[in-house]
Design a protein around this ligand. Structure first.
Ligand code: ZN
Length: 322
């Protein structure tokens, strides 16, 4: 029976489903492997010499609130290269050799464990029809820490303080799964370069601004795209904005004053900067100072309070008095 119904758990080429048994809280799928050969885990040599077969029981992701269990007949092969070696085949697209759960179920339970920890993770997992013990959740988390590196595709690299201001290392994160992959000694190029070179599956490296990490990515992961991470982009942007603002203090004060004019009494509106004679700056701010002085005198002549003049011109009360 070849099943390719998208509503049922997916199977790969090389797995044939023979029977589905459904009851109130479980779906049991009976299947067998059909590939002509399997690769020996030792050196990857293919072998078609079947030694024996046995039944494996594999838990899978739930289906319609029912827990799913596979009963798969798999084979042992005699390696054609390693003398006397017999190895079991994996179930293609479902689980590696000797695993008790499908890869996708292990991934889901690892994610739950990462969020909730062992016991609470196991409780939620049971509630979602993926029964598991707390100890197993912890084991999955530990395994993921070492195996997670191998499948990382998008990594973020940044420095990280062992002791702030004194001792720094480098942290490598899997940005797709939101997990820490590794901590490397120091902030130099070499350890990062070597780490990247040992993980050829990496497609994107997100890093800080130029410097050692850019060099490390260029040498260790030439296949990867380098991107600047969002945090460093924001830091760059805010630094640029601050230095811009600091260079244009005078214009900003002017704009603030114009905004203040809009709420000021009619007598003051007559003194809006647009009505003043064009600024004749002698390079020492003298032109502006004279204009402000004239404006203050005129407002004072019209009986406007010192305090209000000061606020309107953006000057201190003392300078207005002077
Ligand atoms: Zn072998």
């Amino acid at each position: 029976m070849r099943i390719s119904n998208p509503l049922l758990p997916s199977v790969s080429e090389g797995v044939q489903v023979d029977e589905l048994a459904l009851n109130a809280d479980a779906l049991t799928i009976t299947a067998r492997t059909t590939a002509a050969r399997a690769a020996c885990p030792q050196f990857g040599r293919w072998s078609a010499r079947v030694h024996s077969s046995y039944w494996r029981t594999l838990k899978d992701l739930p289906w319609q609130d029912r827990s799913v269990t596979w009963r798969v007949k798999v084979r042992r092969f005699r390696c054609s290269h390693c003398p006397g070696r017999i190895f079991a085949e994996p179930v293609p697209g479902l689980a590696r050799a000797r695993a008790q759960r499908s890869d996708r179920l292990a991934e889901a339970q690892t994610d739950i464990g990462m969020a909730l920890g062992g016991e609470a993770g196991a409780r939620l997992s049971r509630r979602l029809a993926m029964p598991v013990s707390g100890d197993t959740v912890l084991r999955l988390i530990r395994r993921c820490k070492s195996a997670g590196c191998a499948s990382a595709r998008v990594v973020g690299i940044d420095d990280w303080a062992w002791r702030r201001g004194r001792r720094y290392g480098t942290i490598v994160c899997d940005l797709e799964r939101g997990r820490v992959l590794d901590l490397l000694p120091g902030r130099a190029c070499e350890p990062v370069r070597d780490w990247l070179a040992a993980h050829p599956g990496i497609a994107v490296v997100s890093r800080d601004r130029a410097g050692p990490y850019a060099e490390a990515a260029r040498l260790g992961a030439p296949q990867a795209i380098q991107v600047t991470d969002r945090w460093h982009l924001l830091v760059n942007a805010s630094e640029a904005l601050r230095s811009r603002v600091e260079r244009h203090q005078a214009e900003i004060r002017e704009a603030a004053r114009q905004a203040a004019f809009q709420d000021a009494p009619a007598a003051m509106v007559a003194l809006a900067p647009a009505d003043l004679p064009p600024e004749q700056d002698n390079g020492h701010g003298g032109g502006r100072r004279r204009q402000r002085c004239e404006a203050a005198l005129r407002l004072h002549g019209e009986g406007v309070a010192i305090k209000t003049i000061a606020r309107t011109l953006g000057a201190s009360r003392n300078s207005v008095r002077r």
